[in-house]
Design a protein around this ligand. Structure first.
Ligand code: GLU
Length: 415
């Protein structure tokens, strides 16, 4: 079994060897700066006690205070939190944000908690990690199963602990609690902008595309909506219960309404829509496949069966290292997570700026700034690919990030 650090080190060396920067400059990126593991104990509504393992990892702060979401999921473990914190480090550098990378997580199935229990868990989490958090230290945000409500409880609890109103200590807060307009749409919209930039740069064709989404949560649903509005066909979507397929294109708005009612795709009934096994979404006949669920979904055993010519990584780390080389051999273009899903953290940065200046922006302005910032990041990755003559966009993205990080490290240290 290879450890997450084998993956991290491999991704790093692949990029470093293309540059003339000495490898030891990046020794700080070989292991996280700080990871704290805690045991959170809360009371259930029936007054019994229950405990959950939780983590916060600050991977690298060379470029600024660390930034990254908090994931509530039963599969979360310390290795995953560290890996995701590493990806945030790379992501923030590519997007040109003045942040390092961090991530948090709790091993919990939120579907088994009442709303009050979830609130107690959110408050317990921020209490446990309060000493690590702050607008100039580490700024948490949402991730899987932590939306505006969870962030609102955390922000409120953080202020209570500090005895002061810290608006910029957490992002992804509801608009009513000084959150940013457009944060909810940001990750899906960012993915849409990135795909369009890649189409314009000739990396993939852009005419009436057939697209499949693995997962249909916040990120996939917004991205699907914007693509469908442009006339592309969303031919397949999945959740953990089923994959829905319709060659003529699914009704995205109807699917969003269906999911808002907390219903499973396995119960979906609609003429012309086939209900398949969840994993079938990955091998469906489509042009673009957008994995928007968990990590490691495309691996050595299924990578060879992928029919799409482009993979838009809306999830973090959905393609394993082994799958990457199989896809490369099959000429499948992978638009990497560290670019494709960076819209969320970009708008989190806008929220942090708005919180610090007290100047709040309209949604249209947020979207326009997001478009400019993410299109620049995508164009920079494409330039890097050409300049360094590398095969994959992932390696190009890592080269771009490492150059940014190295510049700061060199500026801080005597030659
Ligand atoms: N959790 C998101 C990500 O993986 C957003 C992080 C943030 O907004 O800080 O990029």
């Amino acid at each position: 079994m290879s450890s997450i650090f084998d993956t991290i080190h491999h991704r790093l060396s692949q990029a470093i060897q293309c540059t003339d920067i000495p490898e030891d400059v990046f020794n700080g990126l070989r292991y996280p700066e700080k990871t704290l593991a805690v045991n959170l104990v809360i009371r259930r509504d029936d007054r019994s006690f229950v405990n959950f393992k939780a983590w916060r990892c600050q991977y690298d702060s060379s470029r600024g205070p660390t930034k990254g979401g908090i994931r509530f999921h039963p599969s979360v473990c310390m290795d995953e939190v560290m890996h995701l914190a590493f990806l945030m480090t790379i992501k923030c550098a590519i997007a040109g944000l003045p942040f390092g990378g961090a991530k948090g997580g709790v091993c919990v199935d939120v579907k088994k908690l009442s709303e009050h229990e979830l609130e107690r868990l959110a408050r317990a989490y921020i209490k446990a990690f309060a000493s690590m958090v702050g607008p100039d230290k580490d700024i948490p945000a949402p991730d899987m199963y932590t939306g505006g409500a969870v962030l609102a409880w955390m922000a409120d609890e953080f202020d209570r602990i500090q005895g002061k109103k810290y608006r910029a200590a957490l992002t992804g807060k509801p608009v009513a609690m000084n959150g940013s307009q457009g944060r909810i749409e940001a990750t899906g919209l960012g993915g849409y902008y990135v795909l369009n930039t890649m189409i314009e740069s000739g990396l993939c064709s852009g005419e009436s595309l057939k697209i499949g989404f693995q997962g249909f949560g916040n990120v996939a649903s917004f991205c699907a909506r914007y693509l469908a509005e442009d006339g592309h066909r969303i031919v397949a979507v999945s959740d953990s219960s089923a994959c829905l397929f319709c060659a003529e294109g699914l009704d995205v708005e109807a699917l969003i309404r269906y999911k808002d009612e907390q219903r499973r795709f396995s119960d979906y009934e609609q003429e012309k829509v086939e209900v398949l096994e969840p994993a079938e979404v990955l091998t469906i006949d489509c042009d673009i496949l957008a994995p928007a669920a968990l990590a490691d979904q495309i691996h050595k055993d299924n990578a060879g069966q992928i029919k799409a010519s482009v993979i838009l990584e809306l999830a973090n780390a959905p393609v394993t290292e082994e799958a990457d080389s199989i896809l490369q051999d099959n000429n499948v273009v992978v638009i990497p997570d560290v670019l494709a899903n960076s819209g969320g953290v970009i708008v989190s940065y806008f929220e942090w700026v708005q919180n610090r200046t007290g100047d709040y922006w309209q949604k249209e302005y947020v979207f326009e700034r997001l478009r400019k910032q993410i299109e620049k990041a995508a164009a920079d990755v494409v330039c890097c690919k050409e300049e360094y003559q590398v095969e994959s966009l992932r390696t190009a993205a890592y080269i771009l990030a490492l150059k940014e990080i190295a510049e700061v490290i060199m500026a801080k240290n005597v030659k």
